[in-house]
Each structure stands twice: as structure tokens, then as C-alpha cells.
Design a protein around this ligand. Sequence first.
Ligand SMILES: Cc1cc2nc3c(=O)[nH]c(=O)nc-3n(C[C@H](O)[C@H](O)[C@H](O)COP(=O)(O)O)c2cc1C
Length: 507
Amino acid sequence: MRTKFLIYTLAIFAIIFFLGFVVSPHFFWLLALILPFVAIGLRDMFQPNHAILRNFPLVGHGRYIADWMRPKIYQYFIESDTDGSPINRDKRSLVYQRAKKEIDTAPFGTQLDVYAEGYEWMAHSLRPKDYRTLNHNPRVRIGGPQCTQPYDLSIFNISAMSYGSLSKAAVQALNFGAQMGGFAHNTGEGGISPYHLEGGGDLVYQVGTGYFGCRADDGGFSPELFRQTVAHPQIKMIELKLSQGAKPGHGGILPAEKNTPEIAAIRKVTPYTQVDSPPYHRAFDTYEGMLKLIQQMRELADGRPVGFKLCVGNPEEFKDICRAIRQVGIYPDFITVDGGEGGTGAAPLEFTDHVGMPFRDALACIDNILRGFDLRKDIRLIGSGKILSGFSIFRALSLGADACYSARGMMLALGCIQALECNKNTCPTGVATQDPQLMKGLVVDSKKFRVANYHRKTVEAFIELLSAAGLEEPSQLHRGLVYRRVWMHEVKRYDEIYPYVETGSLI
Ligand SMILES: Cc1cc2nc3c(=O)[nH]c(=O)nc-3n(C[C@H](O)[C@H](O)[C@H](O)COP(=O)(O)O)c2cc1C
């Protein structure tokens, strides 16, 4: 669209000059009409802050006008949405406000129906703490008994999204943002690209079933390549991905034509060949085997924390994992629980909508099973599933998480407008596309600040909630602090909806 704008502008000028010189000089007056629009278009093209205006000079203003005209009834953040609702534009507004450091307070009072089923709130205390005195950058130490290089993880981090599903500019801006804000950036399963390394931010290297970055010629796990890859000092933790919420149990294929030399070098595969990521891991076929791989990875990574990510299907299978942990004596350092409502670049609708346990149920379930097997003290839990605000962090940590990840929140901070074109390579904001023209819209030097701002302001909002609850440390949170209206005349606390399991009771 940038090139088209220039071509149309030149064409209009050529016509006006032709008419002015050949027909009548009066036609030169048209320049007075056109020039202001050309000036606006040129300014749009070169300003660094609005991807839509950079990519669609002049016409992009239509989006902002439409947005300005929309009804403002639910201007502010609807937190108590029932599971399954999309991230609505009010949630988006909050992320944008925080990313751009705009006013993020709400006027007039809540716009929510507080008597509607699903409305949730937290218990504040009559003896709140002064939030200014609390630690504004809380961290949780990841690293169980077998880890020798523990990592102090922020409570809010960038969830797994590969270079490929995101543009190079998006990955760069995320990593710079992570570096500026001192939080972690998960690489996603597509390996570690140079764009992950430019910002110098802490990385969680994710290993999926394609073993990108550590893939042997036969498609299995290569210990030697893994050792080389994880030697980079930016890599602080390793996450073995079993499944993700948007498409658990579904594999992926990288078609030969998309496997360019650049992608092939990053993923450590042969260019222009088809590469399969099966739905299951080839490196093990039992839970004991999985734990041994975790132990092997930890050793190859000089004792860095290694954990795994899953979306819960059958809780009985997770109990089997816990039995295996106790039997084999190998402890993952952390487990990432992804809700069935999780996001993706592309997935079949049936999987997106109806496969995988929703986040809150899954988090409580995994926390309880770990408690039941007396493993919770050694294993940290990271949660992901529409975590966008301070209250979502408060709720997740109360329910059982130690820290959180956000994928789509971070995309919004980068300027994503939910055009829902991640699967088409036509993302108009340059976030989820490989089209170099569209990528120009996303200016790394501008968006990296937005990522860092969004993180900082969201964590600060969480700290304010923590202090309002009369608490000083995230570790003091528990399920008794969140209430939910389960139907019009009944309210339940989270510890009634998700009762705690007694420590050791499942052994
Ligand atoms: C564009 C995109 C790409 C993703 N790629 C991966 C991936 O490579 N590996 C993975 O485990 N999860 C991936 N996810 C899932 C996220 O990491 C996260 O678990 C999920 O979206 C839930 O978090 P959210 O609600 O904050 O988006 C991806 C999500 C998105 C939106």
C-alpha cells in the first residue's frame, strides 16, 4: 500500500501538470486541494508509532475514525468474561493504553453487570498495604533440587511464539522489550532466530516435537546440537512442549517451499524439504523416558532449569506423570499450564474451540495433583491463557500459578488489532506476517518501548491489587481471595469452586 500511495500520488501530479500546461493553468489550483492529503500521507508513511498508518498511508485513518465513532459503553476492561469469549476490544484498549503510557484509569464507575453470572472480584483488606513500599518487580526462583543454575523469573513474561508465526520485527521488538523490562521471552517451537538474540533479553528456549534447533537428521532429538544451541548466555530456561491450548494433540508441517535457507538455518533442517512436527515426541514413548530427556537436557544445559508445557486433556495422565516423577526421582523445574482457550497462528477450528481444558480449571487441577503427590514444593507453575491485566495475574497466582506468560497480550502491545489474519500472511500491522512490505509498519525502536511499558504497568497494577488485599508477597496469594458469582443468587469463593487437595493425599 505504501508503494501504491506513491504511485497514485505521482499519477495525480502528472495528470494535474498535464492539464495545467496543456488545457488551462486553472487546473494548478487542484494542487492546493491535493497537497495537504499528500503531506498527511507522507507523514503517515514515515511516523514510527502507528503500523496501520505506515502500511496504509491516508486510508488507514479510516480505521481510527471508525474506532473513535464506535459506542463507548464498554470502553474499559471486561475482566469477568465467561470462558470462551474472544479478547474483546475493551481488553485491547487497556493493553494499548498501558503500552502507549496513556491514561489507564476508568471514569464514572464499573460498566460491568456485577450481578451477572460469571462476574468475579477479589477480596481486598480493610488493612491494605502501601503499594509504594512493595517490590514492584517481583520474581520467582525457578530451579528445583536438580537444577544448578536457577533463574529468577518475572511474574509476567512473553509466551511462546515462533519466528515464522511472528515477523522478524515483532520478535526483535519483543526481545528488546524483555531486555528493557527484565523479563523472559519464550522462543516458541521454531528454534532460536538471530532476531531473538538482537535485543539481549532473557530467553526460554522451547523444544517442540520438531526439535527445531536440536533436530537430528532422522527428525529426532540431537543431544549435540541441543548442547550447542543452549550454550548461548541469553538462554535461561528450557521448555519441552508437549502440547499447547489452541491445538493440543495436533502436529504441524512446514512445507518444502516455505522452508527457505534462512528458516532452515534457524531450525537446523535441510532447506526446501518438508519438515514434520508430529503430534507426539519421537525422543520418548513413556513418561519415564520424558523425565530422562528432561534430565539429559538439564545436564547438557549446564544445570539450567528445564520444564515442560502442556494443555490438560485427561488429568489421570498427569497423575501418571507425577507417579513417574516420584518413581524415577527426576524433577522438572517448572510446568507451564496452557488453557484450551490459548492462541495460535493457525489451527483447525474444532481444536481451537473444543479441545483442551480451559485455563482456570487446568491450573487448579495441575496445582492440586502436584500437591496430592507432594511435588508442589519442588516444581514451579507458570500459567498462560488470556492473561492481560493485573487482575488476571492476581487470579492466576491465587489459583496456583507462580508466574504467568502472555502471548496475545504482548501481540496487542506490539500493535496487533486482531485483524485475524495471522494464518494468511496479510497481517496489516506487520506483527504476524512475513511480507516485508507489511513488516515495515512495525518499527522496532518504537514498539520495544510499548512491550516494556505494557509489562511494567501491568505488573504495577498487580502490585496495587496485592497491596489492596493487605499482602506483601505474591507467594501469600491463595484461592480464598477470589469470588465468583456462579449464578444470579449465589457467590462462591475459588477455594469452594476449586477445593485444595491435601498435600500427599494422592501418594
Ligand atoms: C501467534 C502465536 C504463535 C504461537 N506459537 C506457539 C509456539 O510456538 N509454541 C507454543 O507452545 N505455544 C505457541 N502459542 C501459544 C501461546 O504461547 C500461549 O500458550 C497461548 O496463546 C495462551 O496465551 P495467551 O492467551 O496469552 O495468548 C502461540 C500463540 C500465538 C498467538
